[in-house]
Design a protein around this ligand. Sequence first.
Ligand code: SF4
Length: 206
Amino acid sequence: MYTCANCNILACASEIREQLPTNCPMRNTQTVQELFKEYKKDCNSRFYITSSSIEASGYCQWPRLKETIEFCRSMGYQRIGIAFCKGLKKEAKIVSDLFRTHHFQVVSIICKAGGISKEIVGIPEECKIHPNEFEAMCNPIAQAHFLNEQNSEFNIAIGLCVGHDSLFYKYSQAPVTTLVAKDRVLAHNPCGAIYCAEGYFKTKLL
Ligand code: SF4
């Protein structure tokens, strides 16, 4: 089993290849070489080099929002898709307007698209936020479908729920980046819980 998160050697981040941990994935040299060929494919090469260039251009200067705009511009995209959570509608509009200011076409789809009541998909009444009231299910598959239908070239996820985001990624035909990872408690900053995992949040995470 690979355990990079627990490795203190980090030979991968240097040119020194001695002392690889016994379970280091880099010991699979043939696999690493085979996988490297993927970056040379037309479908990945420019995308990868552009994303790495953006990383360097705005390193510690550009917020992710600016990086996303610059990435889309560098890739020459014209039509951007936004899949957003109803709870972040205001933020989605700000992002959408900003991209339009930068001369992109923007298609946006809210999570509630379809307006299907939660119980129809099998969500128990007690698992609704307000039991016995109408609650529209989040519909990430429809979000992906409608953006696919509109030929978005690159999709931005804003605040989709855990798991709903996974289905959106699964069904989106265009590549997806996540601009906002939803965290209702920490102002959409999941790292807050990580930073405090050994302190104030210790018991909250058990
Ligand atoms: S790739 Fe190898 S050296 Fe790098 S973190 Fe993982 S185990 Fe450690």
